[in-house]
Design a protein around this ligand. Sequence first.
Ligand SMILES: *[C@@H]1O[C@H](CO)[C@@H](O)[C@H](O)[C@H]1NC(C)=O
Ligand SMILES: *[C@@H]1O[C@H](CO)[C@@H](O)[C@H](O)[C@H]1NC(C)=O
Length: 846
Amino acid sequence: MRPFTFIGLLSAAALASAAHLPPRNYASHDYYAIRLTSSTSPAELAAHLGLTYDGPFPALENHHVFKAPKHENDIVDDAVQELKRRRRKREVGMEYHVLDSVGFTQKQKLKPRHWKRSQIPADPKSKESDAVKTQREIANRLRIKDPIFEEQWHIFNVVTPGNDINVTDVWTQGITGKNVTACIIDDGLDMDSRDLKDNFFAEGSYDFNDHEDLPVPKLSDDHHGTRCAGEVAAGRNDACGVGLAYDSKISGVRILSGDITDMDESLAINYKMDLNDIYSCSWGPPDDGRTMQAPGILIETGMITAVQKGRGGKGNIYVFAAGNGAASDDNCNFDGYTNSIYSITVGAIDKNNNHPYYSEACSAQLVVTYSSGSGDAIHTTDVGANKCTAQHGGTSAAGPIGVGVFALVLQARPELTWRDVQWLAVMTAVPFDQPSDWTQTPGTGRTFSHQFGYGKLDAWAIVEAAKTWKLVKPQAWFWSPWMHVKKPIPQGDQGLASVFEVTEQMLKDANFERVEHITLTMNVEHQRRGDLSVELISPAGMTSHLSTARRDDEAPYGYVDWTFMSVAHFGEKGVGKWTVVVKDTKVNSMVGTFTDWKLRLWGECIDASKQKPRPLPTGHDDDDHDVIVDHPAHTTSIVIPTPGTKTGSVNPSDMPTRPVNQKPSSKPTNTGAQATETPPSPSAATSTSSSSTSCATASPENFLPSIFPTFGVSKRTQIWIYGSIGLIIVFCGALATYLFLARRKRLQSSRDTYEFEVLDDAEDDENSRMLSGGAAGKKGRRAKRGGELYDAFAGESDEDLLSESEDGGGPYRDRDEPYDEKAAHREDGSDAEGSNASGSSGGKRQ
Ligand SMILES: *[C@@H]1O[C@H](CO)[C@@H](O)[C@H](O)[C@H]1NC(C)=O
Ligand SMILES: *[C@@H]1O[C@H](CO)[C@@H](O)[C@H](O)[C@H]1NC(C)=O
């Protein structure tokens, strides 16, 4: 037998070092893991085979580690096999051999490294697309390591290339928002978020709800402002994604989390207007399809002050979300914030370039950009140290993408004025292939749709254009006198038209060169406001649908000094006959009278040296209201037939009465042209012939020649026109093509109602509540909020929106009582743009 004590001692020595096996050196040695029966000691085996014993496995019984200088063979196994062979050949006997104690032996081999489980293998079924590779290359080039960057499809869409904001080639030029500050006016901004803290600009921030310096989100649903901020200025870092202007500064002004007054709101929208360049406003009056509400005079004055004095006199940029009320017929021209000439109104499209059911249309909408719908939403920063959301949506999420883009524009060209930024948006937005009332505008040749404005923002295109943009001259204006109509409005097919002719001399006297915005202030008495619609036809033949019928708007008093706005006339000369057509679209017992109207043209002046800034509103600017001016271009009130219905030759679905979700008509060119389908009465003929733009009747004054149009604009503009993605509807040359397409589309979809996309899956209950609960006071949480947040989510159902408009009276209801509205107006006076029923603002802010 073996000398037992000796073995015991050796084992003890080995055990002592068990906890710390000597480090292995695979470069110089082979290692063997061997299980031994207890009858043999490791030392004996080591001696027998010429191995070095390193020690036992700390945890595995009878397992030991041996090593030998590197050698090709497996010394242990070779010896074991050799013993077996010799026994078979009887060269050795069956008596005990030291190798008989080897129960298991394994020479150690280096193996491929394990993967950390955080690395998810690519799905072999989905071949990596070129777009994914490009996205990765861009991220590497820009050193973007943000974990959700690849989810941010609105920045770089790998699924549908092109359906994104087209920003990455702006970033590679180093244009990332440096030296530009955007201010999110909202429910707070989480300045402690890792994604925002480096860009947070405390000096431009304030909390008007809790009257504190920092706009800390405090209520459980105060995440809206932070999400918007992330879209603009989330940093390039290891948290969430990046903002469109990831090197810009971001400030927050908190107003939506408690009671405020017009004064607070005025202070808020002017807060640090020399430090904050852009104000992002993703909120507004209720989108319930029956509210008609405008900023009070303090707020209006605040905005005028900001565009005249803010940003070193270049004017602050206000960006407003268009509103989420489309499913209940709402229209952003019933919202005095979105229809202000001083704000850029941004609507939404979804990742498939579809119109999401919530996004409102109006003639005041300048552009659209991406947001929720088709089962996805915007991925951005959320409240919390390192929290992200994949659920940001509604026009609320579209607005801040616009803000981010404008921040890039201002870095590229800091001297742009607020009007230059609007011009650039008009000239570079990209129309796309979706059914709408796309119309080539006579002013710029750009294509406009009431649903999509001038198209979708393209960051690269607008920044490139900004670099060489010739700054516009100061703003001039021309105001017509009050035009007194005072005639009953026929019902149904008919419209009551009134014409005002602007002469060249009038514009010369006003130092007015060309049109940018049109506002039209009007009084219409009616027993049911929702039955009314209003169109404005310019001398060049462009029709703006200023107002559209709203099924839930029961207000029994019509329009009281309401100001509508249109951006569809940018670039027009303005000289000639402007025709306003008021319609009472429903044949019922509710009737009304068109009282009066006043047209205002806003645009570029002729002689900059003579142009003074617009005086601030005094509250008495409409004192001429009842003065009858013996004006040479006296208004004529005429009845013109609504297009198509008399002759029956035009499908009623082609009627331009409701641009929202209107499918392309067989008259793609200009809805105004349809107003002349049927020869009107002699008196009307004069006023409408000039508005005709059909090929057959195109007059020399028309900006649109018959074939291969130059659009009557500069060569440069034409380059823009032809350069934009091939969706521009050419008037006559392409009419045949268009007719084919339009016809095909009509055949594909059913009749005149565009189908809303409604997704059933409720993706974000909380956010659904935000909208529906926000409007419905009974749900309480938002009861004291100053305005609605323009969130709408893919999962939100129509029901939410409808139930909202069915319940009796939450705090966001339009509280206007007919007499209050009038009384408030007369008391308040109205500013020069029309006070837009400022009486309602009291109700709104309670
Ligand atoms: C997008 O950006 C590229 C440059 O990166 C530019 O060539 C293109 O015209 C832009 N717009 C569109 C719609 O692709
Ligand atoms: C940054 O902006 C300020 C004011 O907005 C301006 O005075 C300054 O020149 C800008 N700096 C750069 C480097 O553009």
